[in-house]
Design a protein around this ligand. Structure first.
Ligand code: SIN
Length: 335
């Protein structure tokens, strides 16, 4: 068994073995086992595909030293529980959405600011910057190490009625992630927000517990949210990206050679995966249309109305994030 697995991990191994039946990567128990737990689809999704690509690379290039197993679709943990599981050593990698780190640092609230990035390209450029890497170091005091980012895409609103203007959203209830920025943004629309775990969203939309939600094209497609909504409005109002994290204990427990090989593979894989996001998001958007979903595009005037309604929430969070950090990120878009 891997040297870093403690009693809690050994227990988790039994659970994992019971749950997954077959060990997905065929780890033989002699290598360092790296479990990556996430909540989205196993494939056809930027995060699902990136996780699998990483597993393929590690299993090929680190054979005999390390072995990676991927657990998608919240089959092991949701995004709250996975943070605890990392510290317990029950999983070694996770990539929660950046909106879900509120309990650990308020610096990452940056990424939830509406209309911070003008396009997926500029958002991608920012997460590749040294400044973005530095932001992840805010997690270090909590026992985590941020290894990088996986980009997912820009978010779109959907609801059980047509949304063209911000006024159309007034009075509706939207599911949001565990993000106070998202709550403030929804309240700016004179709507109400309900924080719900990702795996509960489809049911909540279907049963009318909430009226709408906001997410990337690939989440809307792979989770079939479009089937239980009137349509999706192409607002591109926020970025959806993930912090790829591990525990310091795990990383420091690896010998130097293993650690540097692992980090190199992670770096290369994330860069490659992030280059493919625009294409994947385009495919998911098209798949929604092919499946009969309704997509509403905004005129420049309509879009400006969404911007001027939601963007003022930036001010509320400037103190948590830092005015200079916001300015630098926003300037990525201006360049
Ligand atoms: C994810 O993409 O990992 C989940 C996002 C959400 O909770 O909406």
């Amino acid at each position: 068994m891997s040297k870093m697995l403690g009693a809690a991990s050994a227990l988790a191994m039994c659970v994992v073995a019971g749950q997954a039946m077959a060990d997905p990567a065929g780890c033989d128990g002699e290598e360092t086992v790296i479990r990556f737990s996430h909540v989205v689809a196993a494939s056809g999704h930027p995060k699902g595909d990136a996780a699998q690509l990483l597993a393929d690379r590690i299993n090929e290039q680190m054979e005999g030293t390390a072995c990676m197993e991927v657990y998608p679709n919240s089959t092991l943990y949701d995004d709250d529980k996975v943070m605890e599981a990392l510290l317990l050593g029950d999983v070694q990698l996770a990539a929660p959405s950046l909106s879900k780190f509120e309990a650990y640092t308020k610096k990452l609230r940056l990424y939830d600011l509406p209309f911070l990035f003008s396009s997926l390209d500029t958002a991608n450029a920012y997460i590749g910057s040294d400044e973005a890497k530095d932001l992840l170091s805010a997690l270090e005091s909590e026992g985590y190490t941020g290894l990088g980012y996986i980009m997912s895409g820009l978010k779109q609103f959907s609801a059980n009625k047509p949304l063209e203007t911000p006024e159309d959203a007034a009075g509706l209830k939207f599911r949001v992630q565990t993000s106070d920025v998202a709550v403030a943004m929804i309240e700016a629309l004179n709507a109400s927000a309900q924080k719900l775990a990702f795996k509960e969203v489809y049911g909540a939309l279907q049963t009318g517990v909430v009226d709408g939600q906001e997410n990337s094209w690939c989440n809307i497609y792979t989770q079939k949210f479009f089937e239980v909504q009137d349509g999706i409005t192409e607002t591109n109002h926020q970025v959806l990206a993930y912090g790829v994290i591990t525990s310091q204990e795990f990383l420091e427990g690896l010998d130097e050679e293993t650690r540097s090989q692992f980090l190199k593979i992670v770096d290369e894989t994330l860069a490659e995966a992030n280059n493919q996001v625009a294409e994947k998001e385009g495919e998911c958007r098209q798949s929604i249309m092919d499946a009969g979903g309704t997509i509403r595009e905004l005129t420049p005037e309509q879009r400006e109305a969404w911007v001027s309604t939601m963007k003022p929430v930036w001010q509320q969070f400037e103190g948590d994030i830092g005015a200079d950090v916001i300015e630098n990120a926003a300037n990525t878009s201006a360049n």
